[in-house]
Design a binder for this molecule. Structure first.
Ligand code: ZN
Length: 169
């Protein structure tokens, strides 16, 4: 098979030979990839080229991943061939959105709680200094300063038990 030296992958050991093993137990593919950057190899058992994750699945389960599911990396290493799980497309999309959204909200909430007292919020709203100067003064981002000033951003972020978000906003 041109472009796929070594006669393809017949065993999990041959697959592992083309990976780097990390301290976390990841097996990260270092062999050929297709135009989209997806690991791909010749799989003599089925007589065709497959994504390496499909080959890994086939070697472990004796069949290809169900066509309605994706066999995706769950360890944060997209090219890891051992830490994988079958997921539906909607599970993948929901998981991504929720994780990013939650992380962002948590960061904003932490920043506001940690660094802005009620007095600071009043001062910021009364101040005529530029956003950048205020951000530096209070050790928060300029985005946070504009949220405080406009009041708009504060209403959309529910923080139970917090009072600073109700100030005239
Ligand atoms: Zn991994």
């Amino acid at each position: 098979m041109p472009g796929y030296p070594g006669g393809g992958i017949r065993t999990f050991e041959q697959l592992a030979d083309r990976c780097i093993r990390t301290d976390n137990g990841c097996l990260i593919w270092r062999g050929a990839k297709n135009n989209c950057g997806t690991p791909q190899a010749w799989y003599p058992t089925l007589g065709r080229v497959l994504t390496v994750s499909s080959i890994a699945y086939h070697l472990m389960h004796g069949k290809r991943p169900p066509s309605n599911l994706r066999y995706v990396a769950i360890c944060g290493e997209p090219n890891c061939m051992v830490h994988r799980k079958l997921k539906t497309v909607s599970e993948i999309l929901t998981g991504t959105r929720t994780a990013v959204h939650t992380a962002k909200l948590n960061r904003i909430n932490r920043e506001m709680r940690a660094k802005l007292t009620q007095e600071a919020v009043i001062e910021i709203r009364a101040s005529e200094e530029k956003g950048r100067a205020l951000a530096k003064k209070y050790g928060v981002s300029e985005t946070t300063i504009s949220r405080v000033r406009l009041g708009t951003g504060w209403k959309s972020i529910a923080i139970p038990g917090s009072s600073i978000f109700n100030l005239g906003g």
